[in-house]
Design a protein around this ligand. Structure first.
Ligand code: 4AD
Ligand code: MG
Length: 507
């Protein structure tokens, strides 16, 4: 059996493909079938002259998502996605659907699509996102394994809160209360002291009782933990890790990124430039408009963006008006009409995006002006900060009150801890959270108490500071946040096959 992704090596040969009909169009004596098989998409031509009337009739009656086996000659055609088409000589139906496949070409609401997630996954956009997700996972393992990190698994049932107590999913473990893990980190620390450099890669759980575009209740996290690493080494690793994965995705997923209309200019920049590293204090100054980056303050840059957007909107409105005028001519030929209509739709889509961007600017300006030292950054603050650089940025040395109990104090400032967050550009926000870990037993106990955590369940964790304690650091990358950013998918629900989030347990 041959897969669609292999067709470029099969030009001129006869092959058999097995897959599903995503779309079909008819013209005199010819059926154009778009076939998918999971590895790609290809146009298949069924010509009545070649296959005869009987088979042609079978092709004509094929319905959306029916499964078929198609045999034919592979012919190069640069205009087609994938660069080939199949000139069908034989055709076998594996399963013929009733003509009622729920997801059609018309626009569906997102709730409808979420309820049909088991079918929605078959669509081209979801195909592309899942393929990028797969390549990201591959590149992650690749990166760590090549450097000699060991992959180890943390338990999912746990007695420990890691990232605060408000997002814990409580469950039962036989007769005892337990939680679903928020992060494998504490176990990762034990494993790093045993093995040197490790990474965990597993599902993690957070009860987030609100619907946001960045939060899932169940998400996958990659958590490296390294003995003898301080936070600078941690940041170096984060940067080379992200660069590696982005580079791999650009190389392996060009077709998928094209399918998603992903503008790759920022991603190209990501692999060639260093990520700015700024302290929390500097970040606040930037937000408040007290510190210039590349000669401009945040407020001035936002006002400049606003003006540019307004100008672009005016131009786009003119383009739309022009096309509408052309289309009002009733004598227009059908070919030309379709061409203009497509352009018009594209401009309308641009207009929608531009207007949406513009509508957020007042909120950004407000966030910059009202941000108070000591607060955590919200989505708008993160968007403004990364906008200043058009690159992922690393914010480090955070106020201890807004960070987890395990982060190491900054030597000369008891109010700050050695945490680092990576904020992705283009409005995608925090994708990585990490830190150097506190090693002082007394300070740790103190933090556990002041965070109102039960000290007895941390006994084992504190052992790590009693026996062979060493400086160590690590971080956690949220897989779905990363997929969202690289695929430019605004809402995180589309980046995991079956999302679990507030209000969504089915399918
Ligand atoms: O910043 P967080 O909470 O850090 C930790 O869990 C550390 N224990 C990691 C470590 O140092 N080993 O979470 C890490 C990342 C975030 O930056 C974000 O990408 C993702 O996990 N994340 C979520 N992704 C989707 N939905 C949620 N509800 C998420 N919460 C965190
Ligand atoms: Mg965080």
């Amino acid at each position: 059996m041959i897969y669609i992704s292999e067709l470029k090596t099969q030009q001129g040969k006869e092959v058999t493909l097995k897959g599903w009909v995503i779309n079909k169009r008819s013209s005199k004596g010819i059926e154009f079938i778009i076939l998918r098989d999971g590895t790609g998409f290809v146009q298949c031509i069924v010509d009545i002259q070649t296959v005869g009337e009987e088979l042609f009739d079978v092709a004509r009656r094929l319905t959306q998502e029916s499964s078929v086996e198609l045999t034919g000659k592979v012919v190069k055609d640069e205009r087609q996605i994938g660069g080939n088409e199949l000139q069908v000589t034989n055709l076998k139906v594996i399963h013929q659907n009733e003509n009622d496949y729920p997801i059609t070409n018309k626009a569906h609401g997102v709730e409808f699509l979420m309820n049909k997630r088991h079918l929605w996954l078959r669509s081209k956009k979801q195909w592309a996102i899942m393929r990028v997700r797969n390549s990201i996972i591959y590149a992650i393992h690749n990166f760590f394994q090549k450097q000699g990190f060991m992959q180890m698994d943390a338990p999912i049932f746990t007695g420990n809160a890691v990232e605060g107590t408000t997002t814990l999913f409580a469950t039962e473990f036989y007769d005892r209360p337990a939680y679903l893990t928020q992060s494998g980190q504490l176990y990762g620390e034990a494993m790093a002291i045993a093995m040197g450099r490790i990474y965990t890669f597993g599902p993690t759980f957070r009860a987030e009782k609100s619907k946001t575009r960045r939060h899932l209740s169940e998400f996958w996290m990659i958590e490296p933990e390294m003995a003898f690493f301080n936070n600078e080494m941690n940041m170096d690793l984060i940067q080379s890790f992200i660069k590696h994965v982005v580079k791999e995705v650009l190389e392996r997923c060009s077709l998928e990124l094209e399918t998603l209309n992903r503008d790759t200019s920022i991603l190209q920049k990501v692999i060639s430039e260093d990520f700015p590293r700024i302290t929390y204090d500097e970040a606040v100054e930037i937000l408040n408009g007290k510190k210039e980056i590349n000669g401009i303050t945040s407020i001035d840059l936002l006002n400049k963006d606003k003006k540019e957007l307004e100008e672009k909107i005016e131009i786009t409105k003119k383009e739309i008006q022009e096309r509408e005028n052309i289309l009002s001519d009733t004598n227009l030929k059908q070919g030309k009409r379709n061409f203009i209509q497509n352009k018009l739709d594209a401009f309308k889509n641009d207009l929608k995006n531009l207007e949406e961007k513009l509508s957020h600017i007042p909120e950004y300006i407000e966030s910059t002006q009202n941000f108070k030292y000591g607060e955590d950054f919200g989505g708008a603050d993160e968007t403004v900060l990364t906008r200043m650089f058009s690159l992922p940025i690393m914010v480090y040395n955070w106020p201890k009150d807004i960070k987890a109990f395990y982060m190491k104090r900054v030597e000369d400032n008891d109010n700050l801890v050695k945490g680092v967050d990576v904020l992705a550009p283009e409005g995608f926000g925090e994708i990585v959270g990490g830190s150097e870990r506190e090693t002082d037993l007394d300070v740790l106990l103190d933090r556990i108490n002041s965070h109102n955590l039960p000290p007895e369940v941390f006994d084992w964790y504190l052992d790590l500071r009693k026996y062979g304690s060493v400086p160590h650091s690590g971080f956690g990358l949220g897989l779905e946040r990363f997929v969202s950013w690289l695929t430019n998918t605004k809402h995180i629900r589309e980046t995991i096959p079956f999302p679990r989030m507030y209000g969504r347990l089915n399918p």
